[in-house]
Each structure stands twice: as C-alpha cells, then as structure tokens.
Design a protein around this ligand. Structure first.
Ligand SMILES: *Cc1c(COP(=O)(O)O)cnc(C)c1O
Length: 426
C-alpha cells in the first residue's frame, strides 16, 4: 500500500505539507549538525499502534494493566542500550533530550545549587544552565567555554574555575564544539572538588559508538543523550548511568534509582511506547558494521569539508574539526552569521547561524555558521562530494551582495546533485 495512504485520504492538507517538507529536505543539503535521517524501520515503529497504550511505571512495575508486550519492548530497548554503550543502567523514557537533562537536575541537585556548564553563546545547550531555561532559572550556572583565541577548552582554566566555585555538578557536552571532549580530564577536576560529572552526548553519540571519540561512560556518573540527531532514531532522550552513587554511598536510593524516580514520577507520566520501540530499533541498527562505517564517514566528510574551505581561505573556529561539525568564522567578514545562513538557505544549503569563540556580534546575528555532515553522510555522500559542497558554500559567500541573482541557479544545481542520493527521508 502507498505510504501515508490513510492520511492522504482523511487529511490532505497535512499529508501534502509532509510531502513538501520531505521533498524540500531531500532536494537541499541538510547541514544542520543536529539532524540526520531515521530509517524507515524506525519511522514505522514511531507510527505504530503502541501510541495507544498507557504504561506509567517501569517494566514489571506498572500502574496500569495489560503490559505484557510493552514490558518486553521497553526491556529490549534497555538491554540494547546497555550493550551499545557499555552502561550499567539505562532509562529510555525521557520524551526528548531536554527532559533527560531535567531529570539529571532533579536527581542530583537542590534548587539554587551551582553547576558548571557552557553558556549557549559558547556552544552549550539551553539546559546546561542558560538564564532563560529552567536550568538557569532554578540553579546557578558557573560558566566555562572554549578559549576565544584557540577555540578549544583550556583544562587548566576550567580547573581553576571549578576549584574556586566548587559546583556540585559539571556538564561536559556541547551543541557547537568541533573538537574532542576529554572526559578523563573533566573527571579529574570533578574528583578534586567532589562534584558529579555528567556528559551530554546528544550531538556525538554515534562517534562514541564507533570508537572515534573518547567514551564518557567509564568517567561520568550520568550520560545523557537524544536518540534523534546522528543516532538516526526517534525524537527522544535517554539516560545512561552508574548504579551506585560514588559521592553518597549511604543514600537510601542508589544513583540508578534516583534517576528512574526523577524521570517517573518526578517529571513525566506515561512513557511514549512507540518511541521507545523505535529507540530499541535504532539501538539495534547502531550495533551494525554499516552504522560504524556511517559514523566514521561523518568525520571523514567533515574533515574534507574543513580542508576544502580552509584551502579557499575561510577561517574555521579552532582551525578545523575532529567531529561532525565545523564553525565557519565570519568575525572578519562584512556580513553576519545570520546573513550568511539565510543566503546559504536560499541557495539550498540548510544550516544555522551560530556564535563563534570571541564573537563580538550579538547572539541574534552572530559571526558564525555551524555546518554538520551527519545527514549528508546518511544520504550516501563521500569526500569528493564534500569538495563540491565547499564550492557551493564558497559561491554563496563570494556573492552575498547579489545573492538574489545567484541563489536560484545554485539551488537548482544542488537539487540535481541531491537527486543522485536516494534512500533517505522516504
Ligand atoms: C539537542 C541537544 C539537547 C536537547 O535535545 P531536545 O531533544 O532538542 O530537547 C540537549 N543537549 C545537547 C547538547 C543537544 O545538542
């Protein structure tokens, strides 16, 4: 049967908009670093009849009856997650990445407590203590970030801040940091001040699975993540943790129990079982050699894109990338990050404007553009394709003043190029 056949019949407006979005995504270069493509199997599980079921609680400890099968589904997701990441404990119920992080606060901190995290303007996530987010409203962020001149963390400086401020928890994770994060070094600092160390791997989980980025699991008390983004699963969050609490060995509940209680009943009601089933499927797919190849290729593509742009004279924050993303640094350019991102989008290159280290422009315009390779890699693009992508980016940036004239042509070229890569986005 034709995909979405029922929707097409009963709600043509939504059906048509979904089709249009899908065509838009597959005829443009999807370079938002937090996006990729979920497999059709994942999408089928998301759209399954599990949407109809309530199952507050956890497997074999529910507040509703009739959970024989959904218990098996959630247990499978948990077991696969443990195996995939080598974690002692897994919670697959967070509705998304932000609620997963919220559960960490509820499990570890009291209102007003200090935590160390990166401000959004330095590449951190909203939930790492940003002032307009619950995490900055209810808790006290001690900020840290990459050095304005090198674009990289200075661990001595971070240690100094930690020793002075003595936060109860340290976040290690980012939304816009193109370099590797050394969790071992963060752990040494956390140990010195008796703080919890929590990694947020939403952006880089596939690189960790493939063994091409340092693994936080041995060093961190808790690891939080999303399952969409480069993992190619459903839009959801999950938590990995140690079972024992190394800072409060005598507390009545261990760390794993506190996390589970923070998610339910602390923050959420019924788990989204269709999404949990899809997460289990994504975890299964992530165990395959093909997935590792995809993760390795993401970084190869990002490095080739960086190399090609550097060769054309562009500046990249930190001089390049070790991950899936790069930050084009337009601090010296006549145009802003926002103007560049808009011109790129008009031309069929979809990314986002972003602050860069040492940025003097406001967060509403910025001096940077963040580019990611997960979605292009999922579509099947390789290094030579990245050279072509760099050519298009260069054409847009060199013609910013006459973009209205150039964009339609570039957009058509990109659409023709993208049509060679099939199999993603359904
Ligand atoms: C995306 C992201 C999140 C939050 O995910 P949502 O699902 O959008 O709530 C949390 N932390 C980091 C580092 C992220 O990149």
């Amino acid at each position: 049967m034709e995909r979405y056949a029922h929707l097409k019949r009963t709600d043509a407006e939504i059906y048509e908009l979904i089709q249009q979005q899908s065509r838009y995504e597959t005829s443009t270069l999807k370079m938002i670093a937090s996006e990729s493509y979920a497999s059709l199997s994942v999408l089928e599980a998301c759209g399954s009849t599990l949407t109809n079921k309530y199952a507050e609680g956890y497997p074999n400890a529910r507040y509703y009856e009739g959970n024989e099968y959904v218990d098996q589904i959630e247990s499978l997701a948990i077991e696969r997650g443990k195996k995939l990441f080598g974690a002692e404990h897994v919670n697959v119920q967070p509705y998304s990445g932000s609620p997963a992080n919220q559960a960490v606060y509820l499990a570890l901190l009291n209102i007003g407590d200090k935590l160390m995290g990166m401000p959004v303007t330095d590449g951190g996530h909203l939930t790492h203590g940003w002032k307009v987010n619950f995490s900055g409203i209810n808790y006290t962020q001690i900020p840290y970030g990459p050095c304005p001149d090198t674009g990289k963390f200075d661990m001595d400086k971070i240690r100094e801040t930690a020793l002075k401020e003595r936060p109860k928890m340290i976040w290690a994770g980012a939304t816009a940091y193109p370099h590797k994060i050394e969790y071992k070094d963060f752990r040494a600092i956390a140990d010195e001040i008796g703080a919890y160390l929590v990694a947020d791997i939403a952006h880089i989980n596939a690189l960790i699975i493939a063994g091409i980025h340092p693994d936080p699991v041995p060093y961190c008390d808790i690891v939080t993540s999303t399952s969409h983004k480069m993992l190619r699963g459903p839009r959801a969050g999950f938590l990995l943790s140690k079972i024992e609490d190394r800072l409060q060995a005598n507390s009545k509940l261990n760390l794993a129990q506190r996390i589970d209680r923070a998610v339910f009943p602390g923050l959420q009601g019924g788990p989204h079982l269709s999404i949990i089933a899809a997460m289990a499927t994504a975890f299964k797919e992530a165990q395959t050699p093909e997935f590792k190849d995809y993760a390795v290729q993401i970084v190869k593509n990002a490095k080739m894109l960086a190399e090609s742009l550097l060769a054309k004279g562009y500046t990249l924050s930190g001089g390049g990338t070790d991950t899936h993303l790069l930050l084009l640094d337009f601090r010296e350019a006549a145009f802003t990050g926002k103007e560049a991102a808009k011109a790129l989008a008009q031309s069929g290159i979809i990314a986002n404007f972003n602050m860069v280290p040492g940025d003097r422009r406001s967060p509403f315009v910025t001096s940077g553009v963040r580019l990611g390779t997960p979605a292009l890699t999922a579509m099947g693009m390789r290094e030579p394709d990245m050279q072509r992508v760099a050519d298009w980016i260069d054409r847009v940036c060199r013609n910013m003043e006459r973009i209205e004239e150039h964009a339609p042509l570039i957009r058509r070229e990109i659409a023709a190029f993208c049509s060679q890569f099939t199999g993603c986005g359904g």
